[in-house]
Write a protein that binds this ligand. Structure first.
Ligand code: SAM
Length: 346
């Protein structure tokens, strides 16, 4: 499909229009399933993402807080087998390899894999391989990895729960899995923008980006920041992605329960009472907006009096409060980490 919906058979274009909005966990026909996958991967092949030139530096600015609040430490990945599922242009695969992990990066986009491979080779990274495989059905045997890392991918697939099920199968008992998804509260405003560009731009992804640039110049300026091999990658990822779904904290926790995963942590924190630790962290001042926000500082102040064990599983009220704060701050991507129990896992 070449990353563009124009020229696709009529019924496929119709399916994509129907499925391009934020529905949850939808049951799709095999034709819709294939159409979604092919349009998404086609777009990422024409505009590999994130496509950063400064891959290691870029990943380093994000990893410290993300891993700390997800309850992931060096023990989970240093000298261990790590799967970067839907690795894109390899920013995080390269980061794990630079920390001494044995890394396998998988993706379906040839161009993204090529960019990842070229960077890893030029940086002289060892113990890293990139393979063309799907996160929905990989060819790896059960329990092949100590740590599975999957950010920014499952919500672009036709069946995120199926993807999580497949990735959980690959984790060794006692190992962890970290996934990031788009949040139904925090990304509601972004979804409105995307729907508007979809209505105005129609089937041509270039047109959607054109409208995105015209209507949202501030967002566009922010998306163009930072050196990229494909300067427009972030604009396509934001305004023109053919399919994405939004998810709540409660929904993903229910998926964890269904798959027998124990909750370990979340980033941004899923409980108000973990915000003082975030705002007080030495790396906090280095993060970009929307995380570095006066609203989060206020939340941290208000909740600093309560004490409870770190990273306890958030209850429904806590989740609601935190997700409303995410909506106010524009925090749209959240990571959840789970552990596969050592015993009793069927
Ligand atoms: C937004 S990029 C995220 C890249 C990287 N994980 C990150 O966090 O920067 C999404 C990636 O998911 C890949 N992808 C989409 N569906 C996939 C699937 N079923 N299997 C493997 N990769 C897939 C796309 O090709 C694209 O490279």
């Amino acid at each position: 499909m070449g990353g563009e919906l124009a020229g696709a058979p009529k019924e496929v274009a119709m399916i994509l229009r129907r499925h391009s909005h934020a529905t949850r966990d939808e049951t799709t026909t095999p034709a819709a399933f294939r159409a979604i996958q092919s349009a998404v991967v086609g777009m990422y092949s024409r505009h590999p993402s994130p496509s950063r030139k400064d891959k290691l530096e870029f990943a380093s600015t994000r990893m410290e807080l993300r891993l700390r609040f997800c309850g992931v430490s060096g023990e989970d990945y240093v000298g261990r087998d790590v799967l970067d599922a839907g690795c894109g242009t390899g920013e995080y695969s390269c980061w794990f390899a630079s920390r001494g992990s044995r890394v396998t990066g998988i993706d379906l986009s040839d161009e993204s894999l090529k960019e990842a491979q070229a960077y890893a080779r030029a940086a002289g990274l060892k113990g890293i391989r990139f393979v063309k495989q799907s996160v929905l059905q990989s060819g790896f045997p059960d329990e092949s990895f100590d740590f599975v890392y999957c950010t920014g991918v499952l919500h672009h697939t036709p069946d995120p729960f199926r993807g999580l099920t497949e990735l959980t199968r690959l984790v060794r008992p006692g190992g962890k899995i970290l996934v990031s998804l788009y949040n139904s509260f925090g990304f509601a405003p972004r979804e409105l923008r995307r729907q508007l560009t979809l209505r105005l731009g129609g089937e041509r992804l270039e047109e959607r980006v054109h409208w995105g640039r015209r209507l949202f110049p501030f967002t566009t300026r922010r998306l163009l920041e930072g050196p990229r091999n494909d300067p427009e990658a972030a604009l396509y990822d934001y305004f023109a992605i053919p399919h994405e779904t939004l998810h709540s904290l409660g929904e993903v926790l229910r998926w964890f329960d269904q798959l027998g995963l124990e909750y370990v942590g979340s980033f941004a924190p899923a409980r108000a009472r973990d915000y003082p630790a975030l705002v007080g962290h030495r790396a906090y001042k280095k993060v970009d907006r929307p995380l570095y926000s006066p609203i989060l500082a206020l939340l941290a102040r208000l909740s600093s009096l309560s004490t409870s064990p770190e990273f306890e599983r958030p209850g429904p009220l806590s989740r609601l409060l935190v997700q409303i704060v995410w909506l106010l701050c524009g925090i749209g991507v959240f990571c959840l980490c789970g552990r596969k129990p050592r015993v009793g896992y069927a």
